[in-house]
Design a protein around this ligand. Structure first.
Ligand code: SF4
Length: 395
């Protein structure tokens, strides 16, 4: 930590009251890097304690992340005389260059897992680009890497104070996205095609013993024959079980004893009916009833939960609670599988049997994985919101 008389690398030392060092975890998951101290920070010697800094601290507290550190790219307040008073100004490139050594030392010492530059000035440092060439609107949701550390930019909270109120929600989104990158990176996602009896037995054991699990059907057109099923019974895992056909070709003997597989699946679904989360129970249970003669029962449904939460912004865009919004923001990797499948469909008939197995199984397994996570996400929001009067089954 620099002492107040500890640095004279640039001329800002002449006007500072305090050097503003980083504050927070010594081994943080998230390092927020701002531009420079303002009046309040200079007075107190602490980062992000002025008006906009307090907003950022509030956002961080309410976004659910922990183990955070706050710092700035420049540690003394840059000022300019306006109307006879000292006002804040953007640090010059020379000041940034001079002070960056302190930031590099700090990063080297605390080794953050993710860096979140707030605004284009700190982002320009990590991207080694001119600030004028950077627009946060375009760079948000991109993951950059700086010395192997993920860098995810967001707005500076002062942007909200300048009248851009929508940026508040966007900063929250960006922080949640950073949390996903940190904790639920795609490398941790595990998806499997169940294509041999040994794996199938393993799957049956797992879902028979699961307290709650996700299941989804892929069918031959709307309300058509069941082509395959996908399951998830634990975080970050999804599997797909092919049943009958794919790519328009019949593979009746895929399992040698297809009836055995269907009978076991029927039994599991019937026995564990109330423990299953469906993405769209209204559709899937109807199909099960028609083709596998499974009686309808009470079950969990992500679409039903979503309908309890759905709201639309005044602009007509999906709101924070819409299903599309949640999937795209929280599980962005899923979009790649979804768009691959959608590009192959005639919109009127979603016949999954026409898809090549190598596309279908990944899509099905990812669907299960996302559905499982989404259910817990939705239900946790609903459980904590008194405004929702719907009764729903779940943990
Ligand atoms: S801004 Fe940084 S480099 Fe300049 S005097 Fe302050 S601590 Fe030193």
């Amino acid at each position: 930590m620099l002492k107040n008389n500890g640095c004279i690398y640039c001329s800002l030392y002449k006007t500072r009251t305090n050097i503003v060092n980083g504050e927070g975890g010594d081994s943080p998951d998230f390092l927020f890097v701002g531009e420079a101290p303002g009046k309040e920070e200079d007075k107190l010697g602490r980062p992000f304690v002025g008006e906009s800094g307090k907003i950022l601290r509030w956002i961080i507290r309410n976004s659910g992340i922990r183990n955070v550190r706050l710092t700035n790219i420049v540690r003394c307040r840059p000022t300019i005389i306006e109307d006879g008073r000292n006002a804040n100004r953007t640090p010059t490139s020379d000041e940034i260059l001079a002070c960056s050594q302190h930031l590099l030392n700090e990063i080297d010492k605390v080794k953050p897992k993710i860096i979140i530059p707030t605004g284009r000035i700190p982002l320009s440092f990590f991207l080694k680009r001119k600030p004028e060439s950077i627009k946060i609107t375009e760079e948000r949701r991109n993951v950059f890497y700086w010395n192997n550390i993920p860098v995810l930019p967001t707005w500076h909270p002062a942007y909200i104070l300048r009248g851009n109120t929508g940026a508040l929600e966007e900063i929250i989104d960006d922080i949640k996205y950073a949390d996903i990158i940190l904790n639920k990176s795609i490398s941790k996602e595990e998806i499997y095609l169940i294509s041999d009896p040994k794996s199938l037995r393993f799957l049956f054991d797992r879902i028979e013993n699961a307290e709650i699990f996700f299941a989804d059907l892929e069918t031959k057109g709307y309300e058509g024959e069941i082509v395959g099923t996908s399951f998830s019974w634990k975080e970050n895992t999804g599997v797909y079980v092919p049943i009958k056909t794919w790519n328009g070709v019949s593979h009746q003997n895929f399992w040698n004893n297809e009836e055995f597989v269907i009978d076991r699946l029927k039994k599991i679904i019937s026995d564990k009916y109330s423990s299953i989360i469906w993405h769209n129970a209204k559709y899937d249970t109807k199909v099960l009833n028609i083709y596998w003669n499974i009686p309808l029962g009470k079950c969990n449904d992500t679409r039903l939960l979503w309908s309890c939460m759905y709201d639309t912004k005044m602009s007509g865009e999906p709101a924070f609670t819409s299903l599309d919004y949640l999937i795209n923001k929280f599980f962005p990797y899923w979009g790649k599988y979804k768009s691959e499948v959608q590009s192959r469909f005639d919109d009127s008939v979603k016949d999954y049997s026409k898809l090549p197995l190598n596309i279908l199984w990944k899509y099905g397994a990812m669907d299960a994985l996302v559905g499982y996570k989404l259910y817990f996400h939705l239900i946790n929001i609903l459980k904590n919101d008194e405004n929702f009067i719907y009764g729903f089954k779940g943990k």
